[in-house]
Structure formats: structure tokens, C-alpha cells
Design a protein around this ligand. Structure first.
Ligand code: COA
Ligand code: AMP
Length: 641
């Protein structure tokens, strides 16, 4: 640990200089920053560019994710500091874990993994609610070099099965249940169904029994968390090569087959630790809260890894912004745990604003420790930002990133230099990202011109070096349309001051309450209904969730069933196959779908009609009368008023 330099020394200078250095001398830039983490062996090769677009950062270094998250703080004498606060308004439970306690629990659970035959490189699926054991399982994987793949609890069996098959996991870790307001999510039947659906066979399931909600297990395949601990030894961190993988996180692709975003070990630690101070202005010992879910990238990076790498106290919140028990719960958590900064999705604030527009709950709490609010996951509408600013009286910062990158591509880097807010913009490119806009004619856009947003290669450390077992898909999906650039699939513009404006996705991804969903995947499910001839799913604007999916379904000739039954069945199928998180509540039976003469469904035009946006009649439309019919159907179903 002699290689630690003071970060202030590393990061002296203003934003402009730091940013310029990151782009013109990326190797020097990241080499200096990499001194701030623990290495078993320091890298001598900073960036291998020999096989684009597959770049390797810190190739010959050796380190360990878990060591950098936990042990290092204990070894530095900070073992009695609080690492994790579990706050569960939904179960009225709270617990605190010091770094020392977390190390003890994680090293013991690593022993469990070892007893189950898990070795370096094996995949472990974690399908759990927001409980400390989920974090312990993630860190234990890192300790022994296993690759975790956390699956969000709101996904159904089908999605879980596709992740079991793609990752070829040996072990699945789950819990007896999760709690959603008003209902208990029984995990065991969902897992059982996924195991039936998957063609790959898991070797073992470990299940954490939640108190009062124990389920029956069938050993030896199924064992309880408690039982698994009984003969486990504490295990130390193993040395890992920089470019081995820390985790796979599946995200929506344009088809039903999810993409396994992988994260390599060293770049992840180096970049994420750096962001805590430089983007969020958070130091070791500060209390930080990311109100997301560990099943999403925000949860991976900012509930678990970055705050622990930095030696902060991180909060694991099992609740919702409203209804657990009320719209004051965020203020209660901030005040009770003396939180310095919160990171969440704009949707959460829209939900609070809807229930408590005047901030009556807010006035009950002392928020004197609170210094900033960060929003991401979807476009932050200026109204919500302004409402939050006037209530909280702290900077409210919209920043833009993706599962692919694991940390912000653009943000106000508040630890380097506070920049002014432009409402509707996600601020400037963060050091490490050379962001450009490319127009449909393939030329670089001038300031304020719209186009596809791309990032010049190589991407900085901590971003995705490839897709799990799919190098070719990585190349063709992201790195081919614009040679030498990473295609973000977001469109927008960069203004004269370098501020980035993210306006829309260019693929079929929609953003529902900060959750990334593929309309293509929902269409695949609808097409499986025996009465459906063809369908189109579009994301329409929603005041609370940003977007909501609706389905238009055209039936096969001669179908006898009534439309209402078919519509209900379709909704249930999406819930069962994609999961409740899709929030798919509207399936409208239409006579025909609007298409171009070549047969392409005009989804964009239908979306514009539903959102009451202006649209041009597409020149290639097959039959313009269909749009009129669709409009009438949307009115009949209460979508269009
Ligand atoms: N396990 C099982 N089901 C889940 C789940 C989980 N972990 N998370 C959500 N669901 C279910 C919900 O119970 C709901 O089911 P329902 O149709 O039976 O009501 C459905 O998925 C949709 O959930 P959600 O998107 O949470 O909507 P909501 O109406 O229950 O709550 C908000 C709305 C705004 C309060 C909620 O979306 C929220 O807290 N958003 C914060 C944003 C966020 O965390 N984004 C993550 C990325 S940063
Ligand atoms: P995910 O991979 O789930 O984090 O979703 C990434 C996508 O969410 C991005 O490609 C954007 O479309 C959207 N997104 C994330 N943050 C923002 C933001 N601040 N502004 C606009 N869109 C955002």
C-alpha cells in the first residue's frame, strides 16, 4: 500500500486542464489515478491498443475487488467505521455493519462459495431483494474471483432462465421473498420455474430464509444460507489479473436476448474510486446513499462498489420513495443517517412531488448534512429539477450514463469544479470520455446540431471491454456503425459551451421509471399469444414513470375470443415472462398496424400520435387511413384525450 498518493495531488488543476489531459494523454492520466488503489502487482502496461475495439487497461496488474472494497480499510485502521447501513422501512428493520464486520461476513461467505466448489471465473447468479446478504454475496464472489450476475427481483422466471443459460452459472443465490408495497414477492416459485425453463443446469441453490417467511427446501440441491455457513472457513482475497471479469450484468438488447455487459476488475476499481471524489465530491467517511436497486447498474456501482472503494458509509434502502410509509421517507433516511449526497432516478422525485407537492413532509426533518442530489437513469425534466432545488436548497445534478459504461459519461464534476446548471442538459463530458455527435450523413455535427452521440475509442477504464461470450456482438452492435467510436444509442446535441443534451434513444429501448426495457422483447412475448398476428410496442410519455409501454395487437383472421380477454391475456403474459417491472398494462386490439410499403411498422409515428407530438405523414406509408383508425383506438382506450 506504499503506492497510495494523495488524491488532491493527483487531481490538482481546473476542470478544463484535467479533462484535456484525460483526452490527450489518457495513459498518463489513468496511470496516475491507478496509484490510488491497492495492487498486489502494479501494472507496467497501462493500455493495450493492439486489437481495437478490444482495449485492455492495466493488463499486467494484479488486484482484487473485495480487497479494495473492504480489507484495505480494515488494514488502514478504519475497521470500526460503518461500511453499510441497511434501512428497510418496508420491514421496519435497520442494521449497521462496520468494515470489520462486513469483512468477517464476506470472508465467511467466501468459504461457503468455496465449499460449493466455486472457483475463480465461475458464475454465480444473485437473485435477491435489497438485503445485506445480497451485498455480502456480491463481495464474496469478488473475494474468490467468481463472476457474479445479479438479476433484478422484478424480472420474471423467463428472464432469469435466459441469464442462467447465457452465463452458465454453477450456483444461484436467492432469498425466500422480497417485499413490494402491498404484496410479498415469493422468489422460490419464480426460481423453480426458471430452473425448469433453463436448459443449463445449476449445481446448487442457496436460499436466505427471511424471518417469518421461511420456505421448504429440498436438499441437497437447495440449502439455506444459515446451513451453508455452518462448516465454512474464512477465506482471503485472491490475486486477480486486471482483465479478468468482476461481474456480468445483463441489460436489454434490441431482441429478447439480453446482452451480458462485463466489467473487468482493475479498471472498475480505478475508475469508480476516482468518481466518488471527482464527480460526487465524496470523501472517505462520508455517508452516501444511492436509492436504486442492486439489480441495476446504479446499484452495482453506487450502492456497492464505488462508495466502498472510497471507504464511505453506503446505505442499502429496502423501500420506495412513496408509500413506505409516506412521501417523507427520503428525508427521514437522509436526516437519520446524516447523508451527504443522494443519487436516484428522476422518477423517484416525480413520485414524491406528486404526493407532497408542497414538501410538507420535508419540513419535519433536519437535513443540514445534505449537500447535493444526483439524478440519472432517464432524462431529468427541468420541472422536477427546479422543484427539487427549491425544496432542498442544494445543487441538483443531472448526469448521464449507461449500464455499458458503469459510471457517468457526462456530469457536473462537483469535486473538481462546480459548473452552472443548464436545465435539460446532463452537463459536460466527464474526464476520460471524448464525446461527439455524428449526423446521419456520417459527418461530425457542429455545436447544437442533432445526431447520434458517440464516444471516441478507447473508452476509459471501468467501461465494458466486451459482452459476455459475444465479442462479435460487441463489435457489430456498438463499434461498427461509426468506426473508431462507441455508439451510445442515445441521440442529442452538444451546445456551444460543451453541454450535452440527451434527447432520445435511437433503438427500441424505452425507459420506464428509470428501468431500461426493450420494446422488442415485449413484442416477442405478445407474438407468442395464439390469437396475435402481429404487434407493435411503443413507449409513450408518462408523467410519473417517464415512459410506459403500450401494445397494439392485430389479430389473426377468424379469432373467436373477445378483444378484452385477449388483451388481458397479453398483459398477463408480459407480466409472467418479462416481469412486473415492465409495467405493461395496456394492450389495444387494432384492426391493422400502420406500415411502410416495404412492411416496416411505423412505431415512431404512432408514438408521436399518442404523445400528441407533431408528425409528418410518412411518404412511404402503405395506407394513411390506418393512422386515423389507430388514433380512434388510442382515444377509445383513454391513451389519447
Ligand atoms: N421485485 C419484484 N417486483 C418488483 C420489484 C422487485 N425488486 N421492483 C418493482 N417491482 C414491481 C412492482 O411491485 C410493480 O408491480 P405491480 O405492477 O404489481 O404494482 C412493478 O414492478 C412496477 O414497479 P415500479 O416501477 O417500482 O413502479 P411502482 O408503481 O411500484 O412505483 C416508483 C413507482 C416511482 C415509486 C418507483 O418506480 C421508484 O421508486 N422508482 C425509483 C427509480 C429507481 O429506483 N430506478 C432504478 C434505476 S436508477
Ligand atoms: P441504463 O443502462 O439502464 O443505465 O440506461 C441507460 C440509458 O438511460 C441511456 O442510454 C439513456 O437513454 C438513459 N439515461 C440515463 N441517464 C440519463 C440522463 N441523465 N438523461 C437522459 N437519459 C439518460
Amino acid at each position: 500500500m506504499k503506492n497510495q498518493k494523495s488524491e488532491s495531488k493527483l487531481m490538482s488543476g481546473n476542470f478544463k486542464d484535467i479533462y484535456r489531459k484525460s483526452i490527450t494523454k489518457p495513459e498518463e492520466f489513468w496511470s496516475e489515478i491507478s496509484n490510488d488503489i491497492f495492487w498486489f502487482k502494479k501494472p507496467t502496461k497501462i493500455l493495450n491498443k493492439s486489437n481495437p475495439p478490444f482495449y485492455k487497461w492495466f493488463e499486467d496488474g494484479k488486484t482484487n475487488t473485495c480487497y479494495n472494497a473492504i480489507d484495505i480499510h480494515v488494514d488502514k485502521g478504519r475497521g470500526d467505521k460503518i461500511a453499510l447501513i441497511y434501512d428497510s422501512p418496508i420491514t421496519s428493520n435497520k442494521k449497521k455493519f462496520t468494515y470489520k464486520e462486513l469483512k468477517q461476513k464476506v470472508s465467511k461467505f467466501s468459504g461457503v462459495l468455496k465449499n460449493q466448489g466455486i472457483v475463480k471465473g465461475d458464475r454465480v447468479i444473485i437473485y435477491m431483494p435489497m438485503i445485506p446478504e445480497a451485498v455480502i454475496a456480491m463481495l464474496a464472489c469478488g473475494r474468490i474471483g467468481a463472476i457474479h450476475s445479479v438479476v433484478f427481483g422484478g424480472f420474471a422466471s423467463n428472464e432469469l432462465a435466459s441469464r442462467i443459460d447465457d452465463s452458465k452459472a454453477k450456483l444461484l443465490i436467492t432469498a425466500s421473498c422480497g417485499f413490494e408495497p402491498g404484496r410479498t414477492v415469493e422468489y422460490k416459485p419464480l426460481v423453480d420455474e426458471a430452473i425448469k425453463l433453463a436448459s443449463h443446469k445449476l449445481e446448487r441453490m442457496i436460499l436466505f430464509q427471511r424471518s417469518g417467511h421461511e420456505v421448504k427446501l429440498n436438499p441437497p440441491f437447495e440449502i439455506s444460507w444459515e446451513e451453508s455457513l455452518s462448516n465454512a472457513q474464512n477465506i482471503d482475497c485472491v490475486e486477480m489479473n486486471s482483465n479478468e471479469f468482476a461481474y456480468i450484468l445483463y441489460t436489454s438488447g434490441t431482441t429478447g436476448v439480453p446482452k451480458g455487459i462485463v466489467r473487468d476488475i482493475a479498471g472498475h476499481i480505478v475508475a469508480l474510486k476516482w468518481t466518488m471524489k471527482n464527480i460526487y465530491n465524496i470523501d472517505a467517511g462520508d455517508v452516501w446513499w444511492s436509492a436504486s436497486d442492486i439489480g441495476w447498474i446504479v446499484g452495482h456501482s453506487y450502492i456497492v462498489y464505488a462508495p466502498l472503494f472510497k471507504g464511505c458509509t453506503t446505505v442499502l434502502f429496502e423501500g420506495k420513495p412513496v408509500g413506505t410509509p409516506d412521501a417523507g421517507v427520503f428525508w427521514r433516511v437522509i436526516s437519520e443517517h446524516k447523508i451527504k449526497s443522494l443519487f436516484t432516478a428522476p422518477t423517484a422525485f416525480r413520485a414524491i412531488k406528486k404526493e407532497d407537492p408542497e414538501g410538507k413532509f420535508f419540513s419535519k426533518y433536519d437535513l443540514s448534512t445534505f449537500k447535493s442530489l444526483f439524478l440519472a437513469g432517464e432524462r431529468a425534466d427541468p420541472d422536477t429539477i427546479k422543484w427539487a432545488e427549491s425544496l432542498l436548497k442544494v445543487p441538483v445534478i443531472d448526469h448521464w450514463w449507461q449500464t455499458e459504461t458503469s459510471w457517468a459519461i457526462s456530469s457536473n464534476c462537483t469535486g473538481i469544479e462546480m459548473m452552472k446548471t443548464k436545465y435539460g442538459s446532463a452537463c459536460k463530458a466527464v474526464p476520460g470520455y471524448d464525446v461527439k455527435v455524428i449526423k446521419p450523413d456520417q459527418n461530425l455535427a457542429k455545436p447544437n446540431e442533432m445526431g447520434d452521440i458517440v464516444v471516441k475509442l478507447p473508452l476509459p477504464p471501468g467501461t465494458f471491454p466486451t459482452l459476455w461470450n459475444a465479442d462479435e456482438r460487441y463489435k457489430t452492435t456498438y463499434m461498427t456503425n461509426y468506426k473508431g467510436y462507441y455508439q451510445t444509442y442515445d441521440a442529442g446535441h452538444i451546445d456551444d459551451d460543451g453541454y450535452i443534451w440527451i434527447m432520445s434513444r435511437t433503438d427500441d429501448i424505452i425507459n420506464v421509471a428509470g428501468h431500461r426495457l426493450s420494446t422488442g422483447a415485449i413484442e416477442e412475448v405478445l407474438s407468442e399469444h395464439q390469437s396475435v398476428a402481429e404487434c407493435a410496442v411503443i413507449g409513450i410519455a408518462d408523467k410519473l414513470k417517464g415512459q410506459l409501454p403500450i401494445g397494439l395487437i392485430a389479430l389473426k383472421a377468424g379469432v373467436q375470443k373477445d378483444n378484452e380477454t385477449i388483451s388481458k391475456e397479453c398483459i398477463q403474459m408480459v407480466r409472467d415472462k418479462v416481469g412486473p417491472v415492465a409495467a405493461f398494462k395496456t394492450a389495444i386490439v387494432v384492426k391493422r398496424l400502420p406500415k411502410t410499403r416495404s412492411g416496416k411498422i411505423l412505431r415512431g409515428t404512432v408514438r408521436k400520435i399518442a404523445d400528441k407530438e407533431e408528425y409528418k405523414m410518412p411518404a412511404t406509408i402503405d395506407d394513411p387511413a390506418i393512422l386515423k383508425e389507430i388514433k380512434e383506438d388510442l382515444i377509445k382506450n383513454g391513451i389519447l384525450k
